[in-house]
Design a protein around this ligand. Structure first.
Ligand code: PLP
Length: 320
């Protein structure tokens, strides 16, 4: 697929718009990336400017002032920040333990699989039994390890910035809808509000999707090795790794120890984000404050050699 950066395309010979006419309403490169992602997740996919943009578009299109979202506690911090920013428009949210059923009297259920950075898995069966629509943010699992629509979820959300694009060079979000009608409504809403994806990151997503499965399977294999060695090591107090991808979190003694460890790695980059081919690790305390244990480190395992990664982690843990 070639990259088409046009914003306009000519009408047909009768003067009628063709499939693509103005890029806010759709463009070929974005549409092709949506088709591929839709196949992977088994639904109708729509791309947005970022994961947070996808979150905003989805809740604004589904909900109205006074509605409440049941949000998985301990899921991606930024999602609660987005919902808080929308509170003055009358949107409310309550947090709940996603390993059990969502509370009654909510109009949307928002889960994360596995949650970032606590790595809990939602009880999908309990959630889909709830009358409200269910969204699963499956950024960390990717469709390779989990296809939430097959479990009865209504929407899948992805920060495609992460594993799907996979190379830390494209900011992009996606919503995948189980029902065609819901996808069509969201498409109209996206065109009207302009929370669009640009063709360049969509092209990078298309390229990333070609290697998605081999990347994430290798990342998961390496993560399993590292999680086991972290569990055997005396310094980490708690290691969280549920499988289903390349994300690990573990706790060292305190915030200062976490800071020393994250700044002592050489191969593993001390940076935020996750899901790229390069391993990154950071203390989440700097962003999330009291919401996380003081010594929590989040490690996104890349494609480097497992022994080399372990050697780097082990020497950094000396400073814990
Ligand atoms: N969902 C999860 C699980 C994330 O980790 C992130 C970003 O870190 C987002 C959503 C938001 O995505 P973006 O940064 O692409 O806006």
């Amino acid at each position: 697929m070639s990259l088409d950066r046009a914003t306009i395309w000519p009408y047909d010979e009768r003067g009628e718009p063709r499939e693509f006419y103005y890029s806010r309403y759709g463009s070929p490169t974005v549409a092709e990336a949506e088709r591929r992602l839709g196949e992977l997740d088994g639904g109708g996919a729509l791309l947005f400017a970022s994961g947070a943009g996808a979150t905003t578009a989805l809740v604004l299109s589904l909900l109205k002032p006074g509605d409440t979202i049941a949000l998985a506690a301990g899921c991606y911090y930024g999602t609660s920040v987005t919902f808080r920013a929308l509170e003055r428009w009358g949107l409310r949210f309550v947090e709940f333990d996603q390993t059990g059923p969502p509370p009654a009297d909510v109009q949307l259920v928002w889960l994360e699989a596995p949650s970032n950075p606590f790595l809990t898995m939602p009880d999908l069966a309990a959630a889909v039994a709830h009358p409200a629509p269910v969204v699963v943010d499956a950024t960390a699992a990717t469709p390779v390890f989990l296809r939430p629509l097959e479990h009865g979820a209504d929407f899948v959300l992805h920060s495609a910035t992460k594993y799907l694009a996979g190379h830390d060079d494209a900011l992009l979000g996606a919503v995948v809808c189980r029902e065609d009608g819901a996808a069509a409504e969201l498409r109209v809403f996206r065109g009207r509000t302009g929370i669009n994806a640009a063709p360049d990151p969509a092209w990078l997503l298309l390229r990333g999707l070609k290697t998605l499965e081999v990347r994430v399977r290798r990342q998961a294999e390496t993560a399993a090795v590292l999680a086991e060695r972290l569990r055997e090591h005396p310094k980490p107090k708690l290691v969280r790794y549920p499988g289903l991808g390349g994300l690990i979190s573990f706790d060292v003694a305190n915030e200062q120890a976490a800071r020393r460890v994250e700044t002592s790695t050489r191969l593993i980059v001390n940076a935020t984000s996750l899901g790229g081919v390069t391993s990154v690790m950071e203390s989440r305390r700097r962003w999330e404050g009291d919401r996380v244990p003081p010594g929590l480190l989040r490690l996104s395992v890349g494609l480097e050699d497992a022994d080399a990664l372990w050697a780097d982690l082990a020497q950094a843990l000396e400073r814990a």
